[in-house]
Ligand binder design. Structure first.
Ligand code: IVH
Length: 779
């Protein structure tokens, strides 16, 4: 007996504690399922040992007392809780009890979804919303009127005119799943408050002291009943009352309906259970309420719940389990996502053994470690996620997790973008995880422009092992393509039996082979863009081509030199550097060139670079702590070159005019081998670029400087892009349409309206032969 009394006391304490955390602090530490189990056990013990039951046991009370943060509101009628049913039998018992007491065989119930949010009472006087309160301990709640006014679906005034003078509407404030997901996605990326689940989100939001904060959170409301009614009458069934509430402009769930008998209830339970994952909001069960008020009155209440209603619970959407390991997954865009691999656990009716941890920041914020007990949430179609760590259950010696340095798929470095939560694999071209995406981008119109190679075919070619990387495109044969298409079509159940279908396929493959072949002739900017380097879009690719001119040069430059291109900042420069530092990516570039990709517009670097290829610029570009452009300039004039700086005794830095702390920051930086190597490599690269610079005078006055050229029609010897780039290299500005300002039109085969316009305006026109002669003359 002592043991049972101790257990009862223990259960009461645990439940009180959980109530406090759930209702007052909005920070539960156990799952709903664990809470329900504690309550069930206590109820059973109290039933079996009535002498140990107490009036203030948590089994007889509702929620928890108001926090004191808000003014208190005494509820005119208590706000009660509901008893739970977890099985069909328990639902049967519930119906039988009512049937027996009312001596009725046929019972109609209002069946409704049980929304997982926060119970609220709204008081309308004369049709105007005057006060809103939380449930609190059922007798006294908190006045959250100002916060409730920020919820758009709660009407300020009721529609119609047949409402009672005083009407208390009861219902649930909740956060829709999509709103919750959107909120969290934003918070995870921008460092806001991440909500553990929509219920927590709703409760926490509503209990903000500042209504402005509540207004920012996307909250909704459904009415499910009434409290005090004065100065007017309501219908005599619950379902008719819900219909009235709807008429008066209050939101009532469309899923609420009237069903008859146990069979009706259970059918409803299964229907809503099947629909659960697809609903816009979380529900943790359904609620059955005897529909007629006369019957309700006769049934009355037990301690904290009506006898005429019950909640029939669904499998919980949150469960506790143990993390076996934390691994990372590389997506098709190279984004790296950490995952928890866990002891399998049933969540919302589905066995779950993997849950997303979203990103490294999320792991750090939760501080999830191997061996931790965590709460996993699976709701709707959303991927299961880890939402909380049970810190008190952490095994001794568990160490914080950190992102691996290298891609688990290809071994390339993982890189974190500055200020962003996402880590990426820098093996863009060579990482198998990114194959489909990299080929898709490579072939796209503005990159290598390979027409006819849709994503579906790329996926099949990758799947059948025909494409290890983009360079394999240039090895594909007609037979490879036809075999792939046959298999891909078969997988989709398409069987091209007819001769005509065969011909169509051959034509498609012929065209594709031709398009691939045609794409071999390209420009430097298209090629750079096609590599799919993080942050290198078309305009960055164009700027790189314009400033450095040559792939052979660009591909071996260290990142600080890229900062010399206007509009390229540290983030882009580093992304480029990371990409080029991966041997796998360099090998793919080698293979592309070996398989016949030709860059037609190679040229010398921009002579303006001459002004910025010095030690001072380099030191300013390297992001060395405390080295401002001014300090870099001082160092640049004090030391002849990087070697000298590297081998300079520390005191000479001070002699060069550096304050002591700046000089020690520089010494510390230089002492790291990787930094010293980067400095020397960058200085060498500067010399290499310098050696390639043309005489400045030549380039400034190109033979086409000041001329605007338009290319039209098709050229047989090169693509229009290549021709345009070569003309640009000679000083021309290449434009897309002919106007009075056009100096020259180059017209290839089948030139159309642009040629006509040029002739009309009397603009000079060259044919391909004339263009080639001119280019040869100025080569
Ligand atoms: S009726 C006297 N109907 O569930 C009956 N409650 O565990 C009082 N809830 O506090 C409640 N959806 O927060 C009722 N359709 C619904 C409900 C619902 C959600 C919540 C409500 C209540 C709790 C009881």
């Amino acid at each position: 007996m002592i043991d049972i009394a101790t257990r009862i006391a223990d259960l009461r304490r645990q439940i009180e504690d959980a109530n406090q955390r759930y209702h007052a602090l909005d920070a539960p530490e156990i799952t709903d399922a664990q809470y329900d189990a504690l309550v069930r056990e206590l109820e059973a013990l109290e039933r079996a040992h009535p002498q140990l039951a107490e009036a203030d046991s948590p089994t007889r009370r509702v929620g928890s007392a108001p926090s004191g943060r808000f003014p208190q509101v005494a509820h005119a009628l208590p706000m009660l809780s509901l008893g739970n049913a977890f099985s069909d039998e328990e639902v049967g018992d519930f119906v039988r009890r009512i049937s027996e007491r009312l001596a009725r065989d046929v019972l109609a119930f209002s069946a409704e979804p049980k929304l997982d949010g926060l119970a609220i009472s709204l008081r309308y006087e004369g049709g105007v919303f005057v006060q809103g309160a939380t449930r609190g301990d059922g007798a006294t709640g908190e006045d959250v009127t100002a916060n409730l006014r920020t919820i758009a679906v709660i009407p300020e005034t009721l529609q119609g005119s047949d409402w009672p003078q005083v009407l208390e509407v009861r219902g649930e404030v909740y956060m829709a799943r999509a709103d919750f997901e959107r909120w969290n996605a934003h918070a995870r990326l921008h460092g806001g408050k991440v909500l553990a689940n929509p219920r927590n989100g709703a409760a926490g939001s509503l209990r903000q002291i500042d209504p402005q904060l509540t207004a920012q959170r996307p909250l909704s409301f459904y009415a499910y009943g009434i409290g005090l009614v004065e100065g007017g009458a309501l219908p005599d069934t619950h379902s008719a009352t819900l219909a009235k509430l709807r008429e008066w402009g209050l939101p009532v769930s469309d899923l609420a309906t009237v069903v008859v008998g146990v069979d009706g209830l259970l059918a409803y339970y299964r229907r809503i259970g099947d629909a659960r994952d697809g609903l816009a909001f979380d529900i943790d069960g359904v609620v059955y309420k005897l529909d007629d008020y006369a019957g309700q009155r006769e049934m009355g209440f037990v301690a904290r719940a009506p006898r005429w209603a019950i909640a029939h619970k669904f499998p919980a959407q949150e469960q506790a389990t143990v993390v076996d390991s934390i691994e990372v997954n590389v997506g098709r865009t190279g984004a790296v996502t950490p995952w928890a691999l866990m002891q399998p656990v049933l969540v919302g009716g589905v066995t779950v053994s993997r849950a997303t941890l979203h990103n490294a920041d999320h792991v750090a914020r939760l501080d999830v470690r191997n061996g931790d007990t965590v709460i996993v949430r699976r709701a709707g179609d959303v991927i299961p996620e880890v939402v909380q760590v049970m810190l008190e259950q952490r095994p001794a010696g568990a160490v914080p997790w950190s992102m691996p340095r290298h891609c688990p798929v290809c071994g390339a470095e993982l890189v974190r973008e500055e200020g962003a939560a996402v880590w990426r694999c820098s093996g863009e071209l060579s990482c198998p995880a990114q194959r489909v995406q990299s080929v898709f981008h490579f072939a796209s119109r503005r990159a290598m422009d390979i027409d006819g190679l849709g994503e579906r075919y790329i996926e099949s070619l990758v799947e059948f092992g025909e494409l290890e990387d983009v360079s394999d495109l240039y090895r594909l044969t007609l037979e490879d393509l036809l075999a792939m298409k046959r298999r891909a079509d078969e997988c989709e159940g398409i069987t091209p039996e007819t001769v005509k279908a065969g011909k169509v396929a051959t034509k498609w493959a012929d065209n594709l082979i031709e398009a691939i072949d045609h794409s071999r002739d390209t420009t430097l900017s298209r090629f750079l863009y096609a590599l799919g380097i993080q942050h290198v879009g078309e305009s960055t690719a164009r700027a790189l081509a314009l400033w450095f001119g040559d792939l052979a040069l660009i591909r071996h430059l260290p990142w600080p030199l890229f900062k010399r291109v206007p509009d390229i900042g540290g983030e882009v420069a580093r992304a480029l550097g990371h990409f080029l530092d991966q041997p796998g990516n360099q090998q793919v570039i080698d293979r592309l060139l070996a398989r016949g990709v030709r860059i037609g517009d190679t040229r010398a670097p921009n002579p303006e670079l001459a002004d910025v290829l010095d030690l001072a610029t380099l030191l300013a570009d390297l992001d060395i702590p405390k080295i401002t452009p001014l300090r870099a300039a001082q160092l640049g004039s004090a030391f002849a070159d990087a070697q000298m700086l590297l081998h300079a005794p520390a005191h000479t830095l001070v002699t060069a005019g550096l304050p002591a702390d700046t000089s020690s920051a520089l010494v510390a930086w230089l002492e790291e081998d990787a930094n010293a190597a980067l400095l020397l490599r960058s200085a060498q690269a500067q010399q290499q670029v310098r050696a390639l610079l043309p005489e400045r005078a030549d380039a400034v006055a190109g033979p086409l400087s000041g001329k605007t050229v338009v290319l039209t029609g098709s050229l047989s010897s090169m693509s229009r892009d290549v021709a345009g780039a070569r003309l640009e290299a000679l000083g021309a500005k290449v434009a897309g349409s002919v106007s009075k300002k056009t100096s020259l039109v180059v017209a290839g085969e089948e030139a159309g309206s642009k040629l006509a316009k040029a002739e009309e305006l009397g603009v000079e026109v060259w044919d391909e032969a004339k263009l080639l002669a001119f280019l040869a003359q100025h080569a």
